[in-house]
Ligand binder design. Structure first.
Ligand code: GLN
Length: 447
């Protein structure tokens, strides 16, 4: 703990931590040390963990990196935090992220962007950028992030760490600040697949406080050995030809295909004509859900209220206008639009149908293959301030991560070397629903 605290202080410019809990972490460490000596320590004894700032922790601030929740203190702990603590993890602080987890570069945070430790002029990725950089820069052992459409996997790939999005329903969302409730999942960011396995084993499982959690049994992921068997893996032919795919990302992807084949795995192209619909379907549905979820920030219930509020209407209008940032406002407006009576069928209902098609087609591929492989992101980390002014261009960069989110299946991003400038690249594997064990044991083989 002392070492990590020192390193956090030394690397403050990265802007990964929004708050550190030094006294608490040190006293937890000595308490847990005694438990270890007494032979009574939990599975995570001594593991120093940072949590994304949208994960509630009793009596600690949680802001979702938004001005509207600045200085808000949580009156309860999320299920994932309770499960970490029950296994003697040490929570060292809360980590910067995109505002309400909306973004892919951590630049929408009210507290400023997180810098990539491989090159501090580059973004960390997002929305769990603080979580990825904290692990990348050795500021903590592991971190928790949330992934709605790639927010664990994409920053993991930009920072050269492992990022796992579990199946929808695998991990409780109780106490997670909602963005899009039918997509949101908590996932670990770690240095290796073993740590991801151990963390998933601890946080996963049915929870009476979240009725969308599955009772599908949680395996002892951490005890599972590397799977030696030869596997059948599909890659999407459309992905390799998608516009905007960076040359180095493509080369790294082709290298991974070749080395898997050399190891005896079967790797075959399959066609997935729905690829061009994944981003539109994802954004219509998530914006709709976000506009509904964010209605609760009304200047009355939580945190920020405008000084200019003089009656009910100005309380709502001014608090929300001043409290939310531009990306969040854009999504609330668009989400409200696609849900309104005259457009509901044309947009929201249509996108639900497209989601079903994407899920069915993905399941069909996974009935024939063990895994689907994809690059995690079409490019390596880009420059801070270098994203497009056109939001649609930025949304399209989520093309490879949102398929797993729409289908509700598990997906992992693994480091796949660096580009010639030393920027990390990532490769992604998608597995069958609730078969995280298989995905993790295969990943151990190839990391
Ligand atoms: N970039 C995607 C979005 O902005 C993913 C975000 C996430 O997974 N939380 O919606």
């Amino acid at each position: 703990v002392t070492g990590y605290l020192q390193r956090i202080e030394e690397r403050k410019e990265l802007n990964a931590f929004l708050e550190v809990f030094p006294a608490e972490a040190l006293s937890a460490a000595s308490r847990i040390q005694e438990k270890i000596l007494a032979g009574k320590a939990g599975k995570l004894a001594g593991m120093v963990i940072g949590i994304k700032d949208n994960i509630c922790y009793l009596d600690h601030k949680v802001s979702a990196s938004s001005k509207i929740l600045d200085n808000y203190t949580s009156p309860f702990s999320s299920t994932v935090v309770e499960r970490l603590l029950a296994e003697d993890a040490i929570i060292i602080g809360r980590l910067n992220c995109d505002e309400f987890a909306m973004g892919a570069s951590n630049e929408s945070s009210f507290y400023g962007p997180v810098k990539n430790n491989a090159d501090i002029t580059k973004v960390s990725g997002g929305s769990s950028g603080g979580s990825a950089v904290a692990v990348q820069a050795g500021l903590c052992h592991a971190a928790l992030g949330t992934d709605t459409g790639g927010s664990v996997r994409q920053p993991a790939s930009f920072c050269g760490v492992v990022g796992l999005k579990p199946s929808y329903g695998r991990v409780s969302r109780h106490g997670i600040i909602s963005y899009a409730s039918s997509f949101d999942q908590v996932g670990p960011l770690t240095r290796c697949v073993d740590d991801a396995s151990l963390l998933l084993e601890v946080i996963a499982g049915v929870d009476e406080k979240d009725s969308t959690t599955s009772s599908c049994p949680v395996q002892s992921y951490s005890k599972m050995r590397e799977s030696g068997g030869k596997r059948k893996i599909a890659y999407l032919s459309e992905a390799l030809h998608s516009s905007g795919l960076d040359e180095d990302v493509k080369l790294a992807f082709e290298r991974s295909i070749n080395s898997l084949r050399e190891e005896g795995h079967i790797v075959e192209p399959v066609s997935f004509a729905l690829l061009e619909y994944v981003v539109p379907a994802y954004y219509i549905l998530t914006m709709a859900e976000a506009s509904s979820n964010l209605a609760r920030y009304d200047g009355v219930h939580y945190a920020y209220r405008s000084d200019q509020a003089i009656d009910l209407e100005t309380t709502y209008k001014r608090s929300r206008s001043e409290g939310f940032g531009p990306e969040v406002k854009r999504r609330i407006v668009l989400g409200t639009f696609v849900l309104c009576a005259g457009y509901y069928d044309a947009y929201y209902a249509k996108a639900q149908k497209v989601r079903r098609l994407i899920r069915d087609k993905t399941d069909e591929i996974l009935a024939e293959f063990d895994f689907i492989m994809l690059p995690t992101a079409p490019t390596p980390a880009f420059s801070i301030g270098g994203a497009s002014d056109d939001p649609v261009v930025n949304y399209l960069a989520d093309i490879f991560t949102v398929q797993a989110s729409l289908a509700g299946i598990p997906a992992i991003s693994l480091p796949a070397g660096n580009n010639p400038d030393g920027l990390p690249l990532g490769i992604q594997f998608l597995g069958k629903r609730f078969e995280e064990g298989d995905l993790l044991s295969f990943s151990k083989n190839i990391e």
